[in-house]
Design a protein around this ligand. Sequence first.
Ligand SMILES: Cc1ncc(COP(=O)(O)O)c(C=O)c1O
Length: 368
Amino acid sequence: MTSPEVKNTPASGIRAVANAAWARPDAVHLEFGEPDFDTPAHVVEAADRAARTGQTRYGPSAGLPALRAAVTAKLARDNGFPGVTPEQVVVTAGGVGGLFAAYRTLLSAGDEILVPDPGWPNFSTIATILGAVPRPYRLSPDFAPDYDELETRTSPRTKAILINSPSNPVGYQWSIEQLGQLGDWAARHGLTVISDECYDQLWLDNPAPTFAVAAPEVSHVTVFSLSKSYAMTGWRVGYAVTSPELAAGLARVQEVTASCVNTIAQHAAIAALTGDQQCVAVMRAAYRERRDVALAAAQRLGLAVTRPAGAFYLWVSSDVEAQRLLNETGTAVAPGEAFGSAGAGHLRLSLAAATEHVVRGLNDIAQL
Ligand SMILES: Cc1ncc(COP(=O)(O)O)c(C=O)c1O
């Protein structure tokens, strides 16, 4: 018999649209957040070399020492976060692997975690599948934190708060002051902050600050990923940064669930983090250009959209149903309610697609 925890974990509302779209060869795919770039050649070559030279065995649960060292150098270089030691780093199967290990380490059955609404669906479903309880918190109208709302959602069973910057689905980016304030609030309530920074390099206006730099004294697990920054979604490499004690917990979870992350992919990740970073800048510039074209098109069409400061999504206010949009126009987008009850009346378009597809998607929404 399937356990109640698994039975109660809903399937993604994005997948329902995607499955229907895959059945239509003419569909324009704007439903998933997946870069349309290829993984940079030097990264693929590093994997090829690793596989051919026998780097094909199990590695340590927390990740290859060379990758953990590369992560600490990247944090100093790209996140203004020096002084992290390899013992604080756990290499995970994408950002989602880091989130799962963090939730499993911090939460027991019945414990609660505050999750943003709207927010990426797995923030809730990881809790549900573990028998913990996601408590969605609404954001203020401009998607800034709302402390009255956070107070009402917090209970004696609350152990952690999830924050996400730059955010999926709205592209909101927290300032360093906002992160510091959230850190003070979390510390006052005895909560650990799980900071999802999987889009850390996909800031579109100004570099995205890191929670642990803004609130260095506050308990945190910060989750990063190579999926989006380096167009490596299928490689499944991310990493979590936390205290050495919590890192040992995360590594234990990984030992039990995956043994370790794919060794070949870890060698590719070393090449990505230590190699030429021009590829990241090129992709960031492309997403920025698509965002600006999409914002101009939305304005021309009279669509109300949120201007994303980071990540690669456009959050559109619209009562058009995603399924109807697909049926009638062939454009697949993510339904807002897939991201929580606050998402109702919205659609999310991926900007990680060809500009003409994004513009066509906006046209289709405006015309229905
Ligand atoms: C906010 C956020 N966090 C984490 C992830 C996980 O991505 P991955 O596991 O590929 O790193 C995603 C993927 O869409 C995401 O949007």
